[in-house]
Ligand binder design. Structure first.
Ligand code: FAD
Ligand code: AMP
Length: 475
């Protein structure tokens, strides 16, 4: 059979790959997308990590557990009496699966609508302008596809720790931690990063006693430390037992659970828990891609090397998303996918890496964009800070959600916004205003002179901008 020919073949259908494929097709390029993902029931499923075992299922569980926690602990202050509230974890999981399935099937629909040809199987580089697809049934022959352009979007997989081998029963990775059918009594989490905090939060809210072990002495070192310290206090108040400077060195089996040994300073400690989540980060995934044989250059940590425009060392081959440098975030990969598609189509796609929002979906949420105070200090930048606490926000008080603050950092001379940091209710939504402002090179004065609806949480951004100039009204 003659090889099939396409303008573009995308390998991987996570948020980087599927978005790239759709944008290519929109631009009139004849496009195919190869993906190997199988869900728990063996069904091929588009959307990669993000839709199947990442952003979406974690947020579905965070939402359900938030409602439960709210009903149990906060409804009373609103005068609502709920007796005997309980959580049906299998029902919560069923809802999560439905959310995931609806969205992954939605991508199938988008592929059909945009005429993206879908291949189910493992794609590998098979010579210049060629991709081989190993079908689902191993006995079948590889399909050969020819492509003028190849976009690699093979994503990432969880990092493992030899001291805590994953069995997906007692010791699980993030995927296993999204599947518990009952809240473990005592739950250990290795790693107080984004994923560890989000998963710890879910199970803490539905009744687990959660102990998070973090090797570093600092809490969330990438986050503005004023924000991080306030978040740490708040999370501890919620019952998360976060132990910093605690390096896990060994695990073993206990009668019905797991033992964990860790070093904290000179002291060696031992814990006995029911389940353990390993959430120590993720690594780029190039398994089965035939990358080395194809001559694709990778860096020491296994990321595919790319330039600013996501071009790899091989002509006509691009790489985007978690498999290349930069933050491992779904929206970063999607934007790279759009930019690459536009470059292939002769346009000038662009990603502004200086204005990528980050969110940690604890409650309150932590969100930021741009530089934090420790980075500005280290770089010797002269800046001024405007801070506004949610305690002084009428809307936040009405909601009963007055923990947290907004901090805006502006350049002392030009007043250009350099970073915005939020710990507070719906920070994930609020940060969008800051991202837009930075994208337009706004000054704190621009935000200070922008009319914000009252009463809204966004007024806290307005007030923080006013505070940068020492003229906040409500504090
Ligand atoms: P992936 O989503 O990993 O997709 C890669 C796809 O390529 C997969 O389907 C894979 O099977 C396929 N593939 C790999 N190799 C081949 C091959 N050779 N042939 C064919 N197919 C192949 N990010 C956020 O921005 N917000 C969040 O709230 C968030 N929450 C998260 C929560 C959890 C628990 C986890 C684990 C991650 C979370 N992330 C979040 C990170 C986010 O999921 C990733 O940044 C994102 O999925 C990366 O997208 P990608 O397209 O680069 O790769
Ligand atoms: P992230 O990179 O945001 O996913 O966070 C992962 C966290 O896991 C980092 O803060 C690491 O310091 C932490 N970590 C890595 N290895 C260990 C270990 N052996 N014990 C405790 N924490 C660890």
């Amino acid at each position: 059979m003659a090889d099939q020919q396409y303008d573009v073949v995308v390998i991987g259908a996570g948020p980087a790959g599927y978005v790239a494929a759709i944008r290519c097709a929109q631009l009139g390029l004849n496009t195919a997308c190869v993906d190997q993902w199988r869900d728990g029931s063996g069904r091929a499923s588009l959307g990669g990590t993000c839709l199947n075992v990442g952003c979406i299922p974690s947020k579905a569980l965070l939402e359900s557990s938030h409602y439960f926690h709210h009903i149990k602990h906060q409804a009373k202050e609103h005068g609502i009496a709920v007796e005997g509230a309980s959580i049906d974890v299998p029902a919560m999981q069923k809802r999560k699966r439905k959310v995931v399935q609806g969205l992954t099937q939605g991508i199938e629909g988008l592929f059909k609508k945009n005429n993206v040809k879908r291949f189910v199987g493992r794609g590998s580089l098979a010579g210049t302008g060629r991709v081989a697809v190993r079908p689902v049934n191993d006995g079948d022959d590889d399909e050969q596809i020819q492509a003028k352009h190849i976009i690699i979007a093979t994503g990432s997989v969880p990092l493992t720790l030899s001291a805590a081998p994953i069995d997906q029963q007692r010791i699980v990775d993030s995927t296993g931690a999204l599947e518990f059918e009952e809240a473990p009594g005592r739950l250990g989490v290795i790693g107080a990063g984004v994923i560890g905090l989000e998963l710890g939060t879910v199970w803490n809210r539905v009744g687990s006693r959660v102990i998070i072990l973090e090797a570093l002495d600092d809490f969330l070192p990438a986050v503005d430390q004023e924000i991080a310290q306030e978040a740490l206090k708040s999370l501890k108040r919620q019952g998360l037992d976060i132990r910093l400077g605690a390096k896990v060195i060994d695990t073993g089996r206990a009668s019905s659970g797991v033992t964990v040994s860790y070093e904290q300073g000179a002291v060696q400690e031992r814990l006995e828990i029911d389940k353990l989540i390993v959430a120590i980060g993720r690594k780029p995934n190039t398994e089965g891609l035939n990358a080395e044989a194809a001559g694709l250059k990778m860096d020491q940590r296994g990321f595919i090397e790319v330039d600013e425009q996501c071009r790899t060392s091989l002509g006509g081959v691009y790489a985007i998303g978690d498999v290349v440098r930069g933050p491992m975030l779904a929206h970063k990969g999607s934007e790279e996918g759009i930019a690459v598609a536009e470059r292939i189509a002769g346009q000038s796609g662009h990603v502004n890496y200086e204005a990528i929002p980050w969110v940690i979906y604890t409650w309150p949420e932590i969100a930021w964009v741009g530089k934090n105070e420790q980075q500005l200090k280290q770089a010797g930048v002269d800046y001024r800070a405007g801070v506004f606490p949610f305690l002084a926000s009428g809307r936040a008080r009405g909601m009963g959600e007055s923990t947290g603050r907004v901090k805006i950092l502006g350049d002392s001379k030009s007043d250009r916004i350099l970073g915005v940091h939020i710990f507070g209710p719906q920070a994930s939504e609020l940060i969008a205003e800051a991202v837009t402002a930075m994208e337009f090179d706004a000054s704190t004065e621009d935000l200070a002179r922008t009319v914000h609806a009252h009463p809204t949480l966004s007024e806290a951004i307005h007030e923080a901008a006013l505070a940068a100039d020492g003229r906040a009204i409500h504090i």
